[in-house]
Write a protein that binds this ligand. Structure first.
Ligand code: PMP
Length: 427
């Protein structure tokens, strides 16, 4: 006789059914197209994902039927646009587990979100000799904004090392946190290697050792796994719409209410003030304090729809499907002695998202990308805006394959055939 299930077990939802990828693909019109006479194989999702029809329709419907400037007018269209824009804010905030939609600032994307934190939260708190601690696997958008504020304040940027396996060295990171550390900023998921950093563990380390703000670049996490900013224990979380099947030109910054409330505006202009005279201005409360000027209304509404789409497919199912694609890819690459995969050694300490960086003996990544493109396969070659990581790994560039919810095992097989073609050409 089996033991009765505990309450917790009974309440736990049954594991989600597998993803019906063929049906899912029908939602993405662009996946039907051909490139150079071949069906498109889109494996550049870490750069930008594609949009489902519902997102495209939501943006077009906004412009066709109710667009007007938000927060400005009392006329019907303006009210409708404002309501839709603010409803999108609520959806995006709930999606990442934010306690309140007032903590969710719409920005142009991760880059702007990180610049906002650097400028409005960090800069006023930084002084000579203070430190901003990053990791060795950061995207340039989580390096350069910190350098800019450090140059102005006399603070300095340091970076915790990445192991040869592509994991963040948590012991070293812990050692580097001290009283001078004012910010610890790290990627949730590396865009170059797929490493999933244990943000909750990092946040705990930081709290034990300093008063530093914990800033997370979530650009590569939000489309691929469930994110709950409250559970992560961080202070800020930045992400981009275009990587999560939403429109371009929109993204978000989540910040703890008390921190946002203590921060001066990032940009000045309309919509972020309560009163302006030539002598001085008074500012609205967050989130509008950080949204000067006319916002990206239709893209924000589209992002809200992208979030609903992600929820309807289910993050758990998406993650499982992408992990299967990752295993399938790594198994096949393992059989190719002329391919070197970076940062996916079996037994690596951290999990990996479905991003694979590789180099091929005797061929430049850009040539590989060109040959694959001729076969309709879109991947990325270059330093992936992570030059310090490339330097640490001893490569100038890699070929990066990055998966999304709509990729298939057949597409992995086409990639492998494409790599054989590269090998044939380069000998
Ligand atoms: N961080 C990471 C990890 C990224 O992958 C990217 C996009 N490549 C960014 C930040 C910057 O995002 P965006 O260009 O949308 O601002």
């Amino acid at each position: 006789m089996t033991a009765p299930a505990s309450l917790a077990e009974r309440e736990r939802p049954a594991a989600a059914a597998a993803l019906d990828v063929d049906r899912l693909r029908e939602s993405f019109p662009i996946l039907d197209r051909e490139v150079h006479g071949h069906p498109l194989v889109y494996l550049d999702n870490a750069a930008s994902a594609q949009r489902p029809e519902v997102v495209i329709d939501a943006v077009s419907d906004c412009y066709r039927t109710y667009y007007a400037n938000a927060h400005r007018g009392v006329h019907a269209l303006s009210e409708q646009s404002t309501d839709a824009y603010e409803a999108a804010r609520g959806k995006v905030a709930r999606f990442i587990g934010a306690p309140s939609s007032g903590e969710l600032v719409f920005t142009r994307g991760t880059t702007e979100s990180l610049n906002l934190v650097a400028r409005s939260c960090a800069r006023p708190r930084l002084g000579e000799g203070d430190e901003v601690l990053l990791t060795g696997m950061e995207h340039h958008s989580n390096i350069v904004p910190w350098q800019l504020v450090c140059e102005e304040t006399g603070a300095r940027v340091r970076a915790a090392p990445v192991t040869d396996d592509g994991d963040l060295d948590l012991d070293e990171l812990a050692e580097m946190i001290g009283e001078r550390t004012k910010v610890v900023a790290l990627a949730h998921v590396s865009n170059a290697l797929g490493t999933v950093n244990d943000v909750a563990a990092v946040a705990r380390l930081v709290r034990e050792r300093s008063n530093a703000a914990v800033v997370v670049d979530g650009a590569q996490a939000v489309p691929h796994m469930e994110v709950d900013v409250s559970a992560l224990g961080c202070d800020f979380y930045a992400f981009s719409g275009h990587k999560m099947y939403g429109p371009g030109g929109i993204g978000a910054l989540w910040g703890r209410a008390e921190l946002l409330a203590s921060m001066p505006p990032y940009h000045g202009g309309g919509a972020m003030i309560t009163r302006v005279t030539f002598e001085r201005s008074e500012y609205t409360a967050p989130p509008h304090r950080f949204e000067a000027g006319t916002p990206a209304i239709a893209p924000a509404i589209g992002l809200g729809v992208a979030v609903s789409f992600l929820e309807s497919v289910g993050l758990e199912r998406i993650e499982r499907h992408e992990q299967e694609l990752l295993s399938h890819t790594l198994e096949q690459l393992n059989d190719l002695p002329w391919v070197r995969v970076l940062g996916h050694a079996p037994g690596a300490g951290s999990a990996r998202a479905a991003v694979v960086s590789l180099v091929i003996d005797g061929s430049h990544p850009h040539d590989v990308a060109t040959i694959l493109d001729e076969q309709g396969i879109a991947i990325r070659a270059g330093h992936h805006c992570a030059q310090p990581l490339m330097e640490a790994l001893g490569v100038p560039a890699t070929v990066r394959v990055s998966f999304g919810m709509y990729n298939t095992h057949e597409e992995v097989d086409r990639l492998i055939l494409g790599l054989h073609e590269v090998r044939r050409i380069f000998g």
